[in-house]
Design a protein around this ligand. Structure first.
Ligand SMILES: *[C@@H]1O[C@H](CO)[C@@H](O)[C@H](O)[C@H]1NC(C)=O
Ligand SMILES: *[C@@H]1O[C@H](CO)[C@@H](O)[C@H](O)[C@H]1NC(C)=O
Ligand SMILES: *[C@@H]1O[C@H](CO)[C@@H](O)[C@H](O)[C@H]1NC(C)=O
Ligand SMILES: *[C@@H]1O[C@H](CO)[C@@H](O)[C@H](O)[C@H]1NC(C)=O
Ligand SMILES: *[C@@H]1O[C@H](CO)[C@@H](O)[C@H](O)[C@H]1NC(C)=O
Ligand SMILES: *[C@@H]1O[C@H](CO)[C@@H](O)[C@H](O)[C@H]1NC(C)=O
Ligand SMILES: *[C@@H]1O[C@H](CO)[C@@H](O)[C@H](O)[C@H]1NC(C)=O
Ligand SMILES: *[C@@H]1O[C@H](CO)[C@@H](O)[C@H](O)[C@H]1NC(C)=O
Ligand SMILES: *[C@@H]1O[C@H](CO)[C@@H](O)[C@H](O)[C@H]1NC(C)=O
Ligand SMILES: *[C@@H]1O[C@H](CO)[C@@H](O)[C@H](O)[C@H]1NC(C)=O
Ligand SMILES: *[C@@H]1O[C@H](CO)[C@@H](O)[C@H](O)[C@H]1NC(C)=O
Ligand SMILES: *[C@@H]1O[C@H](CO)[C@@H](O)[C@H](O)[C@H]1NC(C)=O
Length: 387
């Protein structure tokens, strides 16, 4: 990496320095903060992007600190960046939110905010790949690919085009579904997708929502899966895919009906903040992927059995009548996970509503899912869903 434009940029910053009451240019804001010299260097290598950002209005920049870059560049994701300017541009674009989001606008219920990452080589989400924004305790947190989190360390630096927050980690670009499934230990699902030749369909169809059964879910109905033909298995998998809608937890409101790629519908039920799809429970929501979102569920869905969760259920029920297998099916030949998704992001907690989550403390991971409560209260998601 070379940083030859750095001094020019720094000079531009000096020339534009102003008193603190009027917002500074982006150049001045970047070069005036000694935690941002690495970001400044990266942007200087992307003159087109810098020019776009310098002239943009109504944006929010999530600016990784030098410490964040230092950790990132020493990671395997960081080392991939060195010789790939396209990837650098995509990653930096993912750090720019479309709209001005001051920290006071981010609440303790999740919102899914579009970024300027629209390049189809890196994302197939209409309107731009998103980050999940939420206030946890007194900290503003952004979740990105593989549920990795970044926390705001210095908020609300105004500049002429919007606002900038310094964050303590570089965001993770959401990756494709198969890689995400590996990282999340969803190896049975990955193997089943491979066994039915659905890899390209699943990875490259834009704007999908995938309900992803855990390995345990597949194993628990081993006897039913043994007898499925390849086309029957493909049919079952298609029932886990919603094509044409990226449905985040905020959209999964009680009573929502979703048409799947199989043709049959799924029904969402929300009981005391716990989200069910038919009778399966969502155990980890909102894993962002390159072409949409994955919600991990605790049972395999059955297009021939659309029964709903019992009203007082805390865990899901299987969609198949079957006995467990001795091993996790479809995993033969599948790669062992190397990256893990964030293990602290646990998914829906009990009785989480907008009203009650306002008093929750910083340590409670289930707070992320307060979003489900708010979505249910607003009720708007159901209407938006089919547009
Ligand atoms: C910021 O710096 C870049 C690169 O030096 C330059 O292209 C751009 O015009 C500058 N923008 C402003 C508003 O000064
Ligand atoms: C990155 O930041 C570190 C300080 O944390 C600094 O020593 C280094 O020179 C910076 N690199 C660039 C290219 O700005
Ligand atoms: C920002 O979002 C608006 C819609 O809210 C859209 O019209 C606009 O094209 C987006 N801007 C960019 C740079 O993606
Ligand atoms: C800023 O962007 C947000 C999100 O796209 C939009 O809702 C809002 O109307 C925009 N505001 C202005 C002043 O353009
Ligand atoms: C987005 O879709 C296009 C067309 O199907 C495909 O070529 C591209 O690889 C996809 N991008 C990602 C990040 O999966
Ligand atoms: C949040 O509160 C803790 C102590 O309660 C404090 O150490 C920390 O600096 C605060 N963080 C922010 C972003 O205000
Ligand atoms: C952020 O991720 C780290 C591990 O990478 C984890 O220890 C921490 O609990 C996470 N924080 C939140 C708020 O999810
Ligand atoms: C930043 O801009 C907002 C309006 O967008 C304003 O309310 C706030 O006072 C400004 N902050 C500073 C430090 O000037
Ligand atoms: C798919 O399965 C075949 C064997 O059936 C294996 O050779 C191949 O590596 C698998 N591919 C993926 C992406 O899992
Ligand atoms: C992955 O899932 C399998 C089967 O449920 C389990 O035995 C294994 O411990 C899991 N691995 C990790 C790293 O979580
Ligand atoms: C959720 O919807 C079901 C019918 O689909 C209804 O019986 C139940 O009362 C609803 N629950 C809430 C909390 O609104
Ligand atoms: C997804 O929907 C689009 C538009 O309706 C359609 O062209 C495409 O074939 C569908 N893909 C799958 C895998 O169902």
């Amino acid at each position: 990496m070379h940083f030859k434009h750095l001094s020019l940029l720094a000079l531009a910053g000096y020339a534009l320095a102003q008193d603190s009451s009027t917002p500074q240019s982006l150049n001045a804001t970047l070069s005036g903060n000694d935690q941002l010299s690495n970001l400044t260097s990266f942007l200087a290598l992307q003159p087109q992007l810098l020019d776009t950002l310098s002239n943009a209005q109504n944006i929010t920049i999530l600016a990784p600190s030098n410490n964040a870059f230092s950790a990132f560049l020493n990671s395997s994701a960081g080392s991939q960046l060195a010789d790939d300017p396209g990837l650098v541009a995509a990653l930096l674009s993912y750090h720019v939110l479309n709209g001005t989001y001051t920290s006071s606008m981010i609440s303790n219920t999740s919102t899914f905010v579009p970024t300027l990452l629209t390049n189809e080589s890196y994302a197939n989400v209409t309107g731009g790949q998103v980050v999940e924004a939420i206030m946890i305790g007194n900290e503003t947190v952004f979740y990105s690919g593989l549920l990795q989190n970044a926390t705001v360390s210095q908020a609300d630096q105004n500049f002429t085009g919007g606002v900038l927050h310094i964050i303590d980690s570089v965001l993770t670009l959401p990756t494709d579904i198969l890689s995400t499934a590996s990282a999340a230990n969803l190896t049975a699902l990955r193997g089943a997708i491979n066994a039915t030749n659905l890899i390209d369909t699943v990875n490259y169809t834009p704007d999908v929502t995938i309900f992803a059964p855990t390995n345990e879910a597949f194993q628990s109905i081993g006897s039913a899966l043994e007898n499925l033909s390849e086309s029957d298995l493909a049919n079952v998998l298609a029932y886990h895919v919603v094509n044409g809608t990226v449905g985040y937890s905020t959209d999964l409101v009680n009573g929502t009906s979703l048409q799947t790629a199989n043709g049959a519908n799924l029904t969402v039920t929300v009981e005391n903040g716990t989200v069910f799809v038919n009778a399966a429970r969502v155990v980890t929501p909102n894993v962002l992927v390159a072409n949409g979102v994955v919600h991990v569920i605790d049972n395999v869905l059955n297009p021939s059995n659309t029964s709903l969760a019992a009203p007082d259920a805390t865990t899901g029920a299987p969609g198949f009548t079957a006995s467990p297998g001795t091993e996790v099916p479809f995993t033969s030949g599948q790669p062992t996970p190397t990256t893990q998704i964030n293990p602290t992001s646990e998914g829906p907690g009990p009785a989480e509503t907008a009203a009650s989550s306002s008093s929750t403390g910083a340590a409670a991971a289930p707070m992320r899912t307060g979003a489900v409560g708010v979505g249910a209260l607003l009720g708007a998601g159901a209407a938006v869903w089919f547009l």
